[in-house]
Design a protein around this ligand. Structure first.
Ligand code: PGA
Length: 255
């Protein structure tokens, strides 16, 4: 497995945190801490209303600002939703799709995740596609089947060319926000299953070039061990992305 073919991406997922002023202060604090650390890409995905403030604060730095979701329609009667065209018009390049909290609380399915993914890719965006098993699935020994199925359904009809703009975040649902982390071996093994699935769908070259992050209670203490694994190409960070020093430590671990 040649990890050097892949970009390491450390992305923060702010979830429903930070007002515009708080985002400005946060980016101001984290900017010098991650400056020049170019062994990885650094992204923060922000609530829609804080994106502009975060972008302004990040200007001229190595920090990129993304969104946390996107709708699949170009426009129309979808109250409360935001289209890929609206995001790109605001200079937003990255978007998280299929986060387990969207699947769990907002009725997101593999079908809608697939539609959103295709819409974002068609608009030229880079997608951070989240997938992963719930606790009962891991206990039942069907993790491999679950992530392989999600990979196939969520990326249905995506082209090999578009895969250059797809990052996969493997996030075991039982590890998100719980303080429980997959062991480096579990993370590596399941990221490997996703990579094998990509190989069956798109061929070896695409599979080896696709960034697969781990997410789920990644923090300043466990990041180095997780990121050292051959199949783990970065992290999607929730809680620890709200504290500049913790996020910095994870970026440092990726250098
Ligand atoms: P966590 O969240 O780091 O707080 O577990 C990760 C995520 O939900 O992306």
């Amino acid at each position: 497995m040649n990890k050097s073919k892949r970009k390491v991406v450390i992305a923060g997922n702010w979830k429903m945190n930070f007002t515009p002023d708080e985002a400005t202060a946060f980016i101001g604090a984290v900017k010098p801490l991650v400056a020049g650390k170019d062994a990885c890409d650094v992204v923060f995905c922000a609530p829609y209303v804080t994106i502009a403030a975060a972008q302004a604060a990040a200007k001229g730095s190595n920090i990129k600002i993304g969104a946390e979701n996107v709708h699949f329609a170009e426009k129309g009667a979808y109250t409360g939703e935001v289209s890929a065209k609206m995001l790109t018009a605001c200079g937003v390049e990255y978007v998280i799709i299929g986060h387990s909290e969207r699947r769990q609380y907002f009725g997101e399915t593999d079908e809608t995740v697939n539609l959103r993914t295709k819409a974002a890719l068609a608009a030229g965006m880079t997608v951070i596609l989240c997938l992963g098993e719930v606790k009962d699935q891991r206990l039942a020994g069907i993790t491999d089947e679950v992530v392989s199925m999600q990979t196939k359904l969520d990326l249905k009809d995506v082209t090999a060319e578009e895969m250059k703009r797809v990052i996969i975040a493997y996030e075991p649902v039982w590890a998100i926000g719980t303080g429980l982390t997959a062991t480096p071996e579990q993370a590596d093994e399941t990221c490997g299953v996703i990579r094998k699935t990509l190989e069956t769908m798109f061929g070896k070259e695409v599979a080896e070039a696709t960034t697969i992050q781990y997410g789920g209670s990644m923090n300043e203490k466990n990041a180095a061990e997780l990121l050292a694994k051959p199949n783990v190409d970065g992290g999607l960070i929730g809680g620890a992305s709200l504290v500049p020093e913790k996020f910095q430590a994870i970026v440092d671990a990726a250098q």
